[in-house]
Design a protein around this ligand. Structure first.
Ligand code: F6R
Length: 618
């Protein structure tokens, strides 16, 4: 949801800011803008479209690229359509203050009216232009410095924000602040330069020292001085915590793949290993997970587990429900975080809540966590981004170690979330005695084989591409699965929708006859998961029902299958494993299929329209 990047130091700011914007484009790509301060004037360039469009504009005016201070923005529109005027940065009325903003100011209309009554006029429809003028007004009224004005103004704001503000009349500093949207500050040697960004990826090659602002914190970044961090509410000073980043540059580059999504699909064997390494010890027959071990009694005594998440993470949560109930026999409910937070749910201190999020920044999931905590529940997080807001907000948790996921369509996050959920289920089952020691050990052995099986599955890429070519012009598709693979059907449909814009629906296979069967004709491709232990005969009957209505069947089956092969139009085989672990395999062909269809249709795979990787607004 919008990317912010900035630089203040001894180097030319433009290349750092523009390259940073390219790395943050996964966060939004409706429009982009940049301001460079050349020592005298602010040079502004902004446009509807992508960072590459912005680059074309700035390339035509090289003088606009010269200067040692810059801030930039790539936008995912909230207030105001994506056009040149609504693009960030925004100026205050005097032209002295410039701002970039990620988030939503909910009371912007009231503030706007108040500012209009004081003589302010507005060029854009954005809440951001209201905020920069509010800061200017406070600065004027109080006669204070920029940092103080930002602090006072933000106390009048309702909503979410990560902002960077620059004042032409005090050009040696940048003020940043956050509430609900992330902001990272990279610290150069001896404070000779600073980098600002929504995540650390834009400045990885310059510094590994980073300060992540906490919610309701503001930082004054001045050259040659230590960062000053204050609480927005009461202006009290906070000690900035400088952390050393472990991430490296290769992890966030495409590494020879045409798209991040493809790279991330292929990274899954390693991502799964990285996720269970050190936690699962098949030879000793144990699972060690500090976050679970330290709170084992809370899990074991829980009256129920509530899983909250959004999108793909919600689908992983659904697999988690099947796993935990089947293995550990603890009742589980899976909720959309966005519904949970607003429906006055019944939560008690006997509940354990598991929040799942790749980015760790999803606004709805974060709000749902806060609600659950306020009602006394113990909240456990499963996140991919280390140090993210959700990782910090939860009582305990487990990281997925998938590495940075840049493609907007989530792939390796899904399989690593399922890996963590499998480990938790197995651990709880062993502790509760609902799974025998031999069954437990057998699962560990099988889970250890999964990365190899994924590797093997990835070799069918060419075959999946052929199938994609066959069905690329479909306008509707159905995805069917049962049991552990019902969530995979939902996930398969979501992947196709989001990157190829083909309408697709996921259904429990047996539910098809209660409605969707009416859709089936010779133009309807139906993707069915028919693994050999997952109610196989029942699914075969569902396949027959589709076939007798002329539907086209593309089936994902277990190696060596005979029956489905005879009926289906296309068959993709997955290596044999335990049914509970099949989602880690059955999802792979669907990821590849969506990828190839989108590429064949000429869609922008890594940046599908209207989407953003990290949804920090509700
Ligand atoms: C789909 C996708 C989204 C996210 C959802 C939650 O491919 O990426 O549906 O899964 O926005 O995001 P996180 O997991 O970051 O909370």
């Amino acid at each position: 949801m919008c990317g912010i990047t900035g630089y203040i130091g001894h180097r030319e700011a433009y290349p750092i800011v523009i390259n940073g914007l390219k790395r943050l484009e996964y966060r939004g790509y409706d429009s982009a803008g940049i301001m460079i301060y050349d020592g005298k004037n602010i040079q502004l360039s902004k446009t509807k479209g992508k960072v590459s469009d912005l680059e074309s504009i700035t390339n035509a005016s090289p003088t606009k690229k010269v200067g040692k201070i810059g801030i930039g923005h790539t936008r995912w529109a909230t207030h105001g359509v994506p056009n040149d005027v609504n693009s960030h940065p925004h100026f205050s009325q005097s032209g002295n203050l410039v701002i970039v903003h990620n988030g939503i100011i909910e009371n912007y209309d009231t503030l706007r009216k108040e500012l209009i009554s004081r003589g302010y006029t507005f060029k854009s429809d954005t809440d951001t232009e209201v905020l920069v003028n509010l800061i200017e007004e406070v600065k004027k009224q109080e006669g204070c410095k920029l940092g103080k004005a930002v602090q006072l103004a933000l106390n009048n704001v309702i909503g979410a924000y990560a902002i960077a503000v620059f004042d032409k009349t005090k050009p040696n500093e940048v003020v940043v602040a956050r509430l609900g949207s992330p902001i990272a500050i990279g610290v150069g040697k001896n404070e000779s330069e600073f980098f600002i960004a929504s995540d650390a990826s834009p400045f990885l090659e310059y510094t590994k020292d980073v300060v992540y602002l906490e919610d309701e914190e503001l930082a004054i970044i001045k050259l040659g001085r230590a960062i000053k961090v204050r609480k927005i509410k009461d202006d009290s000073l906070v000690d900035p915590n400088i952390q050393e980043l472990k991430m490296n540059l290769e992890e966030i580059e495409k590494g020879g793949y045409e798209h991040f999504m493809l790279k991330e699909i292929y990274e899954q064997p390693k991502a799964i290993i990285d996720t269970y390494r050190g936690r699962m010890l098949p030879d000793s027959g144990i699972i060690k997970m500090a976050g679970v071990d330290d709170n084992l009694n809370k899990f074991l005594n829980a009256e129920r587990i509530i899983i909250i998440a959004c999108g793909t993470s919600w689908h992983a949560g659904l697999v988690g429900e099947y796993l935990i109930e089947d293995m550990a026999r603890i009742p589980v409910e899976v909720e959309y975080a966005s519904e949970f937070r607003y429906r006055n749910p019944i939560i008690t201190n006997k509940d354990v809540v598991i929040a799942i999020s790749q980015s760790g920044e999803t606004a709805d999931t974060l709000a749902a966590i806060k609600l659950a905590k306020s009602k006394g529940a113990f909240v456990f997080g499963i996140c991919n981004v280390v140090g993210s807001s959700i990782a910090r907000e939860t009582h305990a948790g487990a990281y997925t170690h998938a590495g940075p996921e840049i493609g907007v369509a989530s792939t390796k996050a899904f399989t690593t979330q399922i890996t963590v959920l499998s480990l938790i289920s197995l651990k709880l089952a062993k502790s509760k005695g609902t799974l025998s020691d031999s069954a437990f050990r057998m699962y560990l052995q099988k889970l250890q084989l999964v990365p190899n099986s994924v590797e093997q599955l990835l070799k069918i890429d060419e075959k999946v591409k052929e199938i994609a070519n066959h069905y690329k012009n479909a306008t509707n598709c159905l995805y069917l699965g049962r049991g552990f693979n019902f969530p995979v059907a939902l996930e398969g449909a979501l992947k196709l929708k989001e990157i190829s814009y083909i309408h697709a629906e996921g259904y429990p296979a047996a539910e098809m006859k209660h409605g969707p069967i009416a859709l089936i004709d010779e133009n309807m491709p139906v993707f069915v998961i028919a693994t050999n232990k997952g109610h196989y005969e029942k699914v075969v009957s569902n396949i027959q029902e589709i076939k007798s209505r002329a539907g086209k069947i593309i089936a994902v089956v277990t190696e060596g299958d005979v029956t489905v092969k005879e009926i289906a139009d296309h068959v993709i085989e997955i290596p044999e494993t335990e049914e509970a672990l099949t989602p880690l395999l059955t999802t792979i062909p669907f990821q590849l299929l969506s990828y190839h269809i989108a590429v064949l249709l000429g869609k922008n795979v890594d940046q599908p329209r209207n989407l953003a990787k990290s949804v920090t607004v509700e």
